[in-house]
Ligand binder design. Structure first.
Ligand SMILES: NC(=O)c1ccc[n+]([C@@H]2O[C@H](COP(=O)([O-])OP(=O)(O)OC[C@H]3O[C@@H](n4cnc5c(N)ncnc54)[C@H](OP(=O)(O)O)[C@@H]3O)[C@@H](O)[C@H]2O)c1
Length: 349
């Protein structure tokens, strides 16, 4: 396969508004030993792209500091954690048999070897990502999707949204027959949570809003409550026996309101803070009922392999709301932030 010398990419040159995301003609990266070069077929957008661009993560010693999720970023940085495409080359010691395969990239950098290591970095943040024509990745994080019934756009939606969702479900130990509560249910992670929890055989109670409620129900939620109304009251009526696992990307007042809704020994898994990151709750509602509050960031290698198996079998069918050309990445991020859509937005290089 002939690989050109240069490629188009969209890079952030500093933290800020959509204007800091700029087009550039850059060298196609050379795969190092143990890496593959992937021609990007589609790159999905995530809320983390917007927060990374804005520097909205704060730092432990200064919550208002401009920062990426793991600390300071190196600029310029090609954004984009979620890539599906074809392998076009491998570096020294790489398996040449990978060339030509349709793949999905696990975008995490891990703190150790092994299936349960913690993710401590992300493509598009700590290394260059998929808002480009080509991207490199370690070969053991390039997953063969030959035979999956999903389209390249659908495959691109999997790593961050579905990876995070499956990480939450696994860390929250959700079992068949249990009741799960999903917040932010029309969003990327939320819709993935609905589908994955349903596929696991759970009863799914979702929190969403307005015109998106019907789409969340169509994605598999058994019940959807409107967050514009009394959420705890609606949930208590739907699950008087309590909720086994709260799968929450909203936080804010929902943690205070949601913890008392858990059954004895219930788990509240938090992975996002769209409703506010300073949270107050009555700790008695936690310890007196042996409830657990679990922080969840992305996925492990084991979670990602499980996700790829689900995608190969077609057990999940991600919804793609819209596709944009790569050069319209800033506009696409703007659309993401407006949250008028249901499902995932993707870029085509
Ligand atoms: N921990 C991790 O590894 C990880 C990974 C990915 C994302 N995240 C975080 O998870 C969160 C969701 O990400 P996403 O990509 O799914 O976002 P998204 O696609 O933008 O969707 C978020 C959804 O949350 C709901 N929402 C938005 N603002 C809200 C508010 N103020 N109060 C209540 N609900 C609100 C909306 O759904 P409704 O209108 O239907 O309620 C919206 O569709 C973000 O905080 C993101 O940074 C964390």
């Amino acid at each position: 396969m002939t690989v050109p010398r240069t490629m188009r990419a969209m890079r952030i040159v500093q933290h800020g508004g959509p204007g800091v995301l700029r087009p550039a003609e850059v060298d196609v990266p050379t795969p190092r030993a143990g890496e593959a070069l992937i021609e990007v077929g589609a790159a999905a957008l995530n809320n983390t792209d917007v927060w990374t661009r804005e520097g909205a993560y704060g730092r432990p010693d200064d919550p208002a500091a401009l920062s990426g999720w793991r600390g300071p970023l190196t600029f310029p940085r090609i954004q984009g954690a979620d890539v599906a495409g074809h392998v076009v080359a491998v570096g020294a010691t790489g398996d040449a048999g990978l060339v030509g395969l349709r793949v999905v990239v696990d975008p995490a950098t891990y703190d150790a070897a092994g299936p349960d290591a913690h993710p401590v970095g992300l493509m598009g943040s700590e290394r260059d990502g998929g808002y480009a024509e080509y991207v490199t990745a370690p070969v053991d994080q390039v997953h063969d999707m030959t035979g999956s019934p999903l389209t390249v756009d659908q495959l691109a939606t999997l790593p961050t949204a579905y990876g995070t969702a499956l990480g939450m479900i696994e860390r929250g130990r959700l079992h068949e027959g249990e009741t799960a509560l999903v917040s932010g249910a029309s969003g990327g992670v939320g819709l993935a949570l609905v589908q994955l929890a349903r596929a696991r055989g759970a009863r799914v109670l979702a929190v969403s809003s307005g015109a998106k409620i019907g789409a969340v129900r169509a994605a598999g939620a058994h019940e959807v409550v409107d967050r514009a109304r009394d959420v705890p009251g609606q949930l208590r009526a739907l699950a008087p026996e309590g909720v086994d696992v709260g799968l929450d990307v909203v936080a804010g007042s929902l943690v205070h309101d949601g913890l008392p809704l858990l059954r004895e020994g219930g788990r509240w898994v938090t992975a996002g803070a769209l409703g506010g990151h300073q949270v107050g709750f009555d700790v008695r509602r936690l310890y007196l009922h042996n409830r657990q509050l679990i922080g969840s960031s992305m996925h492990t290698r084991a979670h990602f392999r499980l996700l790829m198996d689900l995608a190969r079998r077609g057990d999940i069918r991600p919804a793609v709301a819209a596709a944009f050309p790569l050069g319209e990445a800033a506009h696409a991020q703007d659309e993401l932030a407006r949250r008028r859509h249901v499902g995932k937005l993707v870029l085509h290089p």
